[in-house]
Design a protein around this ligand. Structure first.
Ligand SMILES: NC(=O)c1ccc[n+]([C@@H]2O[C@H](COP(=O)([O-])OP(=O)(O)OC[C@H]3O[C@@H](n4cnc5c(N)ncnc54)[C@H](OP(=O)(O)O)[C@@H]3O)[C@@H](O)[C@H]2O)c1
Length: 305
């Protein structure tokens, strides 16, 4: 990891969320000058400031950037509940698209030389032509995917902007949020049935690998579009079985279903696996596989989420 101490202030939006908090703690551990933002929740990290700023409020964003004057912004804030986005797309638009536009507008006014690294999603793809490279045509099937795709545009139009599309992110629970792993582990350890799709495929990535990639992209001054998934395409059922193996839980609790049986409000893409060769080649390293990361977490006796 390039030394983030050599950079000016670093701003993380969505620092009260799952990825944002991991990133904040990783940068704080590296002694970086980092400031985080949240919306409805607060977070205490010794020696670091986390402020509540609604990115939908253009004036508030302007004030924030005037105060912090960041050299790097990691934009992790978004409405991330896919079902909510489907049911309330206008509200979701304000949290995803308008918020991002406010951020890039304010950056343009206050710190146009800053680096902006924003997270996007594999759900910008239709799921029928995986694995996807950065230049492949998009075709989101859900409101969330559509809004995240739209929010990529102001970031890519920003002179030093980069968008990192990632897949399912997993790792130890953060203060307020867990990953899909929390739900799997909570269900399995309670001895309850875990219902998973056997025909929905992703390239899940360990949160430490994602955070390091974000930091390195920024430290190297890279711009443009990047895919950040692991190098293994796995169905939800395969992910569940790997979790059972690593944490010695009962695989018999997994019930396989097909996407055709889905009762979720949002349509689900079949296989949105990311081809992340561009990223891992540029960074000259590989992310952990799901099993390696789960084994590491099980050994560390972390309670994943
Ligand atoms: N986690 C994944 O598996 C995954 C996969 C693909 C892409 N992504 C992308 O990665 C990013 C981070 O995801 P995550 O899982 O860490 O999300 P998360 O845990 O749901 O956190 C979302 C964060 O955004 C903040 N936020 C929401 N609306 C806001 C607004 N209007 N103004 C300011 N802050 C606002 C929330 O603040 P409060 O909590 O304080 O309300 C929270 O800090 C998102 O862009 C997401 O689309 C995540």
């Amino acid at each position: 990891m390039t030394d983030p101490k050599t950079q000016g202030p670093i701003l993380i939006t969505g620092a009260t969320g799952f990825v944002g908090e991991h990133l904040l703690r990783r940068l704080a551990d590296a002694d970086a000058h980092v400031v985080g933002t949240g919306l409805s929740r607060s977070l205490t990290v010794p020696g670091r400031t986390v402020v509540q700023t609604d990115l939908r409020d253009a004036q508030a964003v302007q004030h924030l950037l005037n105060d912090v004057r960041p050299s790097i912004v990691f934009h992790c804030a978004a409405q991330t509940n896919v079902s909510n986005c489907q049911q309330h797309p206008q509200t979701a638009r304000t949290h995803i698209v308008d918020a991002t536009q406010n951020l890039t507008n304010a950056l343009t006014d206050t710190t146009p030389d800053a680096l902006l690294v924003a997270l996007s999603t594999d759900l910008v793809f239709d799921g029928e032509h995986a694995p996807y490279i950065e230049s492949d045509p998009t075709g989101p099937v859900s409101a969330y995917g559509c809004l995240k795709l739209e929010a990529e545009q102001p970031v890519l139009a920003f002179p030093r902007g980069s968008v990192i599309r990632t897949s399912l992110v997993f790792g130890p629970r953060s203060t307020h949020k867990g990953s899909f792993l929390a739900w799997m582990l909570d269900t399995l350890t309670a001895g309850e049935t875990l219902t998973l799709f056997e025909d929905e495929v992703r390239t899940p990535i360990f949160v430490d690998d994602l955070c390091d990639a974000m930091i390195e992209i920024a430290s190297r001054g890279e711009t443009g579009l990047w895919h950040a998934g692991s190098q293994t395409q796995l169905s939800r059922v395969a992910i569940g079985k790997a979790v059972c193996k690593a944490f010695k839980l009962d695989e018999g609790l997994i019930r396989s279903v097909r996407l055709a049986d889905s009762t979720y409000p949002a349509p689900r893409a079949r296989d949105v696996s990311l081809d992340s060769t561009k990223l891992w080649s540029a960074l000259k390293r590989k992310p952990l596989t799901l099993s390696q990361a789960l084994d590491k977490m099980a050994k560390d006796r972390n309670r994943p989420s």
